[in-house]
Design a protein around this ligand. Structure first.
Ligand SMILES: [Mn+2]
Length: 223
């Protein structure tokens, strides 16, 4: 990520981070040296004239203005509709599209309420850390026991969002299934849905230019 931010990202006209930048986030006040390093690198990129917009994911939904200011990025709500080289494009993290996973959606609704979030943020950092690791193990256990299609996006939710926003292209992550899909809705031209890859063994970015969209894998070069 640091190599990307100080390298290829500098050529961009803009950078959008669609959530789950961090494995977990328990509050801006609990950010440590690692999180600060990422913020500094993002801020350096911003200082070079690359605007950055950030949408929260399901793991880092507690990221707030304070951290975003430190990172020189703008915190925006999903779904975000932008004009990307003349194509109306909707950006979101993607978990909201997994509507077949009723149990997850129920959990999501609970933790996205401002009341729940405030209660969480009022707790001491040690307790938040404990709760976060507990939630993480529960989620890992549950996801492992769910059939593949349940943890993927639902087609009806995808089409509904295309309809609601009038976008021709949708970009999201979350499902760890990088791909470029075509959807059809009535008489409309084909709708494009791009799923971003994850950042585990290598990095993964989507570059959108006048020529189109291209998913790119970033391998780490030895320092
Ligand atoms: Mn996610």
């Amino acid at each position: 990520m640091l190599q990307f931010l100080s390298g290829p990202a500098r050529q961009a006209d803009g950078l959008w981070i669609l959530g789950d930048l961090f494995e977990a986030w328990i509050g801006d006040d609990a950010a440590g040296p690692f999180e600060q390093r990422i913020a500094d690198a993002l801020k350096d990129l911003r200082a070079l004239g690359v605007p950055i917009q950030f949408i929260c994911g399901n793991r880092d939904f507690l990221i707030q203005e304070h951290y975003c200011n430190q990172a020189g990025m703008q915190l925006v709500r999903e779904p975000l509709v932008i004009d990307l080289h003349g194509t109306k494009t909707v950006l979101l993290h993607g978990d909201v599209l997994c509507t077949d996973d009723i149990e997850y959606q129920r959990y999501r609704q609970r933790v996205s309420s401002p009341d729940w979030q405030q209660r969480m943020l009022n707790r001491p950092v040690w307790l938040r850390r404990l709760l976060a690791s507990l939630l993480r193990s529960i989620s890992r256990y549950r996801t492992r026991n769910k059939p593949e299609h349940i943890t993927d996006v639902s087609n009806s939710a995808v089409l509904a969002l295309f309809e609601q926003t009038g976008a021709q292209r949708m970009i999201h992550g979350h499902t760890h299934r990088p791909n470029i899909h075509c959807h059809r809705q009535g008489q409309q031209d084909s709708l494009e849905r791009i799923v971003l890859g994850d950042w585990h063994q290598s990095g993964s970015v989507l570059r959108v230019s006048q020529q189109g969209a291209e998913l790119i894998r970033l391998d780490r070069t030895p320092a």
